[in-house]
Design a protein around this ligand. Structure first.
Ligand code: GLN
Length: 557
């Protein structure tokens, strides 16, 4: 049986949510009992997004095998169970890197190396590798917008794929914009027509049009788009903006996207079972209460930098039927001139929980330390992720153990007390990405710890992306003063989790748990952080309203 592909392209403008559309199609096909795989081609020349600033490209998503990938792979993992690895994300840079390597090795035997066929062949091989993994349907997202010079080789490759595999094995889904023009009080179809024409000019006739619009598409609009764009009327899908991204698969299902794709692919499948997704969306839209979390970081003005984090917090909140309110606080704004200066405190008041996420570089560190001190002293639930764990250790060393210049060698290489340092360099570990510890690592949890009780297990696997580590020379001092090391690698080389017994929730982890949280499988550490934060919320409310019985309940629960 031939492999089947859904190719997702985008037109008109970027940021229409192509990744989410691809993920939602994957979710729908999975809900019909099919095995899906998803992959993305990014037209930029960086070999991977690992070295790009989060401001430029948003979060770098990390897979189990340690690939640093585009954040759309995060959507794929959250919406499906597709097994993703470095094979599922390719950039132009990576494709060319492989070709140039082969050329230098003499693999092309005196031939002229060209975009067609050599680049396109490399792209097609990458698709075949992913689809040969046992998937019923492989969904391939082409980054960028149709009409860009950079994406041409990818579009040519998918055109060839249809030529080779036939119509019954390939579907072209095109995401476009149908803007509402206030002056005319009309939805306009012209940008969509142009985009479909642009695709056609390179030999690709779109089969399904996902039309992003702020208003529902009327029958007339759909007929018009169908007629001008040469697609079936029912293949013009209104993809309106919805309050929760988790509603997108349900919207697509209501418009019959899955049935249509399966028809085009000549594939039978059972009816979709979306019961759990429906219940999830219902919980999103009917929360019983709110929970408010402050995220103290350095890339806060660009939310995409912390995409998976925001999602994981949402999963935790929705699992408790709570609405998540996130306030992003720029860490630099919390810095103080002297240790006695606590003028930043009002900025941290009124939150149910405080979180310091991952990050690189020195900027904002002192502000993060102040936020952590506040959470520790005032018994506000604290969750520190990667950098947030390292700073929690530094804060504890400084303010509890009295090591005033405790630091990470990342921020102060000359510090006397390097609580956090580059252990891998000392161990002589060299690998791709320099000395970065990347991808899945096993972690053993201490019995009876907060971590072990959250996970309900004592052996876990989580994903990493960092260079610096906890310095075990300071272990005795810090644990003697009350910090608990509750997770470490099986050989005990690396400290993975620290927590503070007696505090309602104070936990820092060296890994990035946010990468593994799914809406239907909220990550245990996020779930427990939200539960503790909500308890704090209820407790504060009871104190404010002098409600003794609630307070007793909250404290004893
Ligand atoms: N900058 C720190 C390190 O490299 C933390 C990295 C992170 O938070 N992902 O170790």
């Amino acid at each position: 049986m031939s492999a089947k592909y859904v190719f997702v392209t985008g037109g008109v403008v970027s940021s229409l949510g192509k990744g989410l559309a691809a993920a939602s199609i994957g979710c729908l096909l999975e809900s019909r009992g099919l095995r899906v795989n998803l992959m993305k081609f990014d037209p930029y020349l960086n070999v991977d997004p690992g070295t790009m600033s989060p401001f430029q490209h948003g979060e770098v998503f990390v897979t189990d095998d340690g690939a640093e990938t585009d954040l759309d792979l995060g959507h794929y993992e959250r919406f499906t169970h597709a097994p993703l690895s470095r094979d599922n994300n390719h950039t132009t840079g990576r494709i060319y890197e492989q070709i140039i390597l082969k050329e230098r090795r003499g693999d092309y035997l005196g031939k002229t190396v060209q975009v067609i066929p050599h680049v396109t062949n490399e792209i097609k091989n990458a698709m075949r590798k992913v689809s040969s993994n046992g998937a019923d349907v492989t969904i391939v997202e082409i980054g960028g917008t149709v009409g860009d010079i950079e994406s041409l080789p990818f579009l040519e490759a998918i055109r060839q794929m249809r030529q080779e595999l036939g119509r019954e094995n390939t579907v072209f889904v095109h995401l476009t914009l149908v803007p509402w023009i206030a002056a005319a009080q009309e939805l306009k179809t012209k940008p969509t027509q142009h985009s479909v024409k642009e695709l056609l000019s390179i030999g690709i006739q779109a089969d399904v049009l996902l039309c992003r619009s702020e208003r529902p598409l009327s029958r007339e609009i759909k007929q018009k788009i169908a007629a001008f764009c040469n697609v079936e009327e029912r293949a013009v899908i209104g993809a309106r903006t919805v309050p929760s991204i988790y509603e997108v698969p349900l919207c697509f299902a209501a418009e019959g996207v899955d049935a249509l794709i399966l028809k085009y692919l000549h594939k039978e499948a059972p009816e979709a079972n979306l019961t759990e997704w429906k219940a999830l969306v219902d919980r999103c839209y009917h929360p019983r209460d709110d929970v408010s979390i402050a995220i103290v970081g350095k890339y806060v003005e660009y939310e995409d930098s912390y995409k998976s984090l925001k999602e994981a917090l949402t999963h935790g909140a929705v699992s408790q039927n709570l609405k998540l309110n996130v306030t992003w606080i720029e860490a630099e704004g919390l810095e103080s001139k002297t240790p006695e200066d606590r003028s930043y405190e009002p900025q941290l008041e009124g939150f149910d929980g405080i979180l310091v996420p991952g990050g690189f570089g020195k900027r904002g560190i002192e502000g993060m330390l102040n936020a952590i001190r506040y959470a520790r002293e005032k018994q506000v639930p604290y969750f520190g992720i990667c950098l947030g764990m390292q700073t929690a250790c530094i804060e504890f060393a400084r303010n509890v153990c009295g090591l005033k210049d405790a630091n990470s060698s990342e921020f102060d290489p000359a510090s006397q007390h390097r609580i956090i340092y580059k252990l891998r360099e000392l161990l002589g570990v060299e690998e791709m990405g320099g000395t970065m510890r990347l991808g899945a690592w096993t972690c053993i949890l201490q019995e009876g710890s907060l971590a072990a009780s959250a996970y309900g297990a004592t052996e876990i696997s989580e994903r990493h992306r960092h260079r610096y580590e906890f310095n075990r020379e300071y272990e005795a001092l810090l644990t003697g003063a009350g910090l608990r090391i509750s997770g470490a690698t099986p050989d005990a080389t690396y400290v993975e989790i620290v927590e503070l017994p007696g505090h309602p929730y104070f936990l820092g982890c060296q890994f990035h748990p946010e990468f593994k949280s799914k809406p239907l499988e909220p990550h245990p550490l996020f779930r427990e952080f939200i539960i503790a934060s909500y308890k704090n919320h209820k407790g504060r409310l009871a104190v404010e309203t002098n409600d003794a019985s609630t307070l007793t309940n909250v404290l004893s629960s």
